[in-house]
Design a protein around this ligand. Sequence first.
Ligand SMILES: Nc1nc2c(ncn2[C@@H]2O[C@H](COP(=O)(O)OP(=O)(O)OP(=O)(O)O)[C@@H](O)[C@H]2O)c(=O)[nH]1
Length: 613
Amino acid sequence: MANADTNPLEIAREALLRLATRRIPPTPANYRALYHEIAGTQDDGSDALPDAVLRSLVAALPRATPAQLRLARLLEDGVQKSGWNGLRDGLAQHARTLEDRAGWGNLISELLRLWELRQPGLTPARKREGLQRVLASQDDDTLYPRLQGLIKGWGDASAGLDSPDAMGDLAPANEAEAMPDAATTSRTGLTGSQFMGGFGSISQFFGGSAPDEDLEAFADLRELLATSLETALAPVVRDTAVAEQLDELAVAMRAAKSVKVLRTLTTKVKHLAFKMEILTGEQAEIRTELLRLFGLLVENVGELVLDDQWLHGQMEIVRDLVARPLDIRALEDAERRLKEVIFKQSQLKQSLQEAKEALKQMLAGFVDHLADFSESTSEYHDKLEAFAGKISSANSLAELGSVLDEVMRQTRVAQLNTQRTRDELHAARSRVEQAEAHIAQLQAELDRTSAMVRHDQLTGTLNRRGLDEALEKEMARSRRYRAPLCIGLLDVDNFKKLNDSLGHQAGDAALIHLTQVIRDGLRPQDSVARYGGEEFLLLLPNTTRHEAVQTVQRLQRELTRRFFLHNNQKLLITFSAGVTELNDRDNEETALARADAAMYEAKQTGKNRVIEG
Ligand SMILES: Nc1nc2c(ncn2[C@@H]2O[C@H](COP(=O)(O)OP(=O)(O)OP(=O)(O)O)[C@@H](O)[C@H]2O)c(=O)[nH]1
């Protein structure tokens, strides 16, 4: 049958037949020998492991990544040392690796699922640490199984088993080591296990879930509470004992190492809150009472200065201010105005005292001199009568001569007395004149100081001096609190015409009306200043440019509702305004210049409007 058949199928069938008929074990080698026998070919071993081909194949494999390198080495080893078996094992291991890779996706999604799952006893910090330990290992081949172990541990923990695997296979047995203070107490101030101790109550507090985020939120709240006690409440409590207790509580709260301690502190907070409620109530009563007293005082001062209209105007303003809801700026303003009233009153008292003194002296002097004069005059008259009697009864010239000498002497004395009285009356008059001059001088000084005080006497708004002070304060406040500050410069429209047609007094009344409307339309913290004759400046703290424009426009609308009444005639007063918001580089001049330019534009473009500068 040599070379009998060249059909490989037939040869194979015959080879199998011979294996069976000759009862030869069907090994590959026996099959190969029979095959060559039937085909009439030589078994030259060319179908053994194709070493050269495989080597060239392996040499061509990429080795860029550790995995590629590993595969290439595996195949090299298989080819060189272990033959088919080595190659088979290597390929099988590689196939497993590939299979593992296919499992990475699942593994990672499971990792993510468990990472986000809130698990009692397994804080994010703990999970993070376990994962870091697994990832820190340099051995790529063991990464997959180690990660699998870690995830399994997490899974078991969520199923209620407290698995040590939850920390990764390198997890320390000691939990304190696993959750060093630095990692878990930096924000919370408690170690993980301490937190776990109070976990139930905290999770209840947060609605039944048992989240670590809640623990962090709890720690944040604890810090917030401590800070509130220390920086927000303690400084405003007037009772020093309570303030000290608040400070102590804040310190204790931060140092608390367990939820149990915190709970005790919370009870103390409740007690203190109760005390403070009582204190606050008392303080509110005290404030109301003080305000009432202040009101009485203001009334009283008003009564004392009945004859000074200017002071009455000021007192009215102070009364208005305290009648509004209290606010720090309103109080500052009230204080300033009261100081002015007190100052002016003391000046008036002094000048009145001097005037009274001068008047008293003058009257006393007159009375004295008139008495002296009338006394000496009546004495002189009596003497003259006596001399007349002596003259009529005189019998000789010599006798007559001596009576005449006496008459002459008495007349000279009377003359001297009159002269002296006249001189003294002159002196008294000049003293009165001096006193009058002094009073006039005092009055002039008073007027000068009045001009120097911070409020405009006609309208009661701030004057330039008051404006400078207020603007400086508001600019500093705005920078300190990074709050917007706007100014608005207002100029009454066609005011000259009003003055010319109705008179200066009507003009004054119109200005008073205008400022009243403005003041009523602004917040207590806003200020109004008389910038010039019929120009006013508004200071609007905590106000953006947009809000400032709206505010000024609202004032314009209000003026169209509240007419100025002159002799029962309704007159519409309008103004043009420029509004600007102050920036960090502004000083008073630059800001005012912008507002002024904008106001000028408002005048130029039709009046009764607001322009932003
Ligand atoms: N009654 C009164 N008039 C004042 C006072 N201060 C300034 N004025 C007058 O206000 C007028 C301002 O006139 P102008 O500057 O021409 O301005 P205006 O007539 O309002 O014209 P526009 O500003 O262009 O609308 C002047 O007649 C001033 O005398 C004041 O305290 N009382």
